[in-house]
Design a protein around this ligand. Sequence first.
Ligand code: AHR
Length: 338
Amino acid sequence: MKSSKVVNVCTLVLASCVVLVGCGSDKEDKTSEAVCNELPPLEVKDSYRVGFAQLWEDHGPWRDANTASMQDEAEKRGYELVFDPGTSSNPSEQVDRMKALIDAKVDAIFIAPHDESVLAPSVVAARRACIPTFLVDRAVDPDVARPGEDYVSYLASDFRREGEQAAEWLIEATKGKAKIIELEGTVGSSPGVQRKQGFDELIEKEPGMSILVSESADFNEDEGYEATLRLVKKYPTADVIYSHNDAMSFGVIRALEELGKVPGEDILVVSIDGTKKATQYILDGKIAVVVECNPKFGPIAFDTMEGYARGEKVALRISNVDRVFDITNAAEYLPEAY
Ligand code: AHR
C-alpha cells in the first residue's frame, strides 16, 4: 500500500518535470513514504481535497468572514475543504491540526499561521510530505520555511503598510500632535509585529506625537476592554488609542464609555479591519478611522492554487490593496462591509 503511494507520487513528479520538483527517497527517512525535497507539484484535477488550517480566535467578525470566504469558494468550485476550526489560541494546537491535514494526505494546504515561529516547521513538514502549501493572511519565519521552496506563495494584506496608513491619517487629522496608547495584536503574529512597525516608525518622526505605552491585547475584544480601563487611568493625558484590529476597538469603546469618556471627542480611536460594526461606529462618531484589512481571500486563494497546478508562474507574495475609511466615505463602504 505504502510503496504504491511512492510509485504514484514519483510518477506524478516525472510527468510534471516542467514544474520545480524534488521528490525522492530521503536517506534519513526510515519509512517508505515519498519525501519531497523541493516544492511539490499539484496535479490538474476536476476536484481537490484541500486542507485549511485556520488559526483559532475568539470569533471576531474578521476571522469568521475569512473562514466563510474560503468555505464558500471551495463549495462553489466543487472542492472538499477539510477544515477543523480548532479549540485554542495556543499555536501548538494549530501545529496538531496541520499534522492531521498532512496525515490525511490532502492535495494542498492553506494555512493562516497564528505565530510566525511556531508554525514554520509545520509548513516544512507539509512540503516534505509532498503537499503544496499556501500561506493566507499571515506569514511564517522565512528563515525556517522558505518562500518558493517550502511553500508556494503568501497571500495577505501588507500589514506594515496598514500601520503606515493609520499613522498618515492620524498625523494629518491631529496636525502632528497626539499622545497615543497603542493596543497591539497577538504577540509574534505578522499583523501584530508589522502594524506596530509601520505605525511607530512614522509617529517617531513627529516631534509633537508620542506613544505613551504599547502592549498586546491579543486581537481580542475583552482584552482590549480590560487594557483600556487600566491604561486610560494610568495615562490620563492620552488623546488617541491606536488599536490593531476592530475587535479590540469594540472593547476600547465599551471601556471609554464606562469611564465616562466620549470616544471621538475626548479620545480618538484608530482601528484596522473594516467590519460592519466598526464602519457604523465611524458614522456614529465613535471611531475616527479604520484602515481596511480585507478578509475575503477565497477567490484569489483558489485561483492561485489552480494556476500553480497548471504550471503557471506564481508570485511568491500576493498583496491585497487596502483602503482607508473615515467619515468622508464610511457610508459608501457600509453595504459591502461584513
Ligand atoms: O491577520 C489579520 C488580523 O487577524 C485581523 O486584523 C484581525 O481582526 C484578526 O485577528
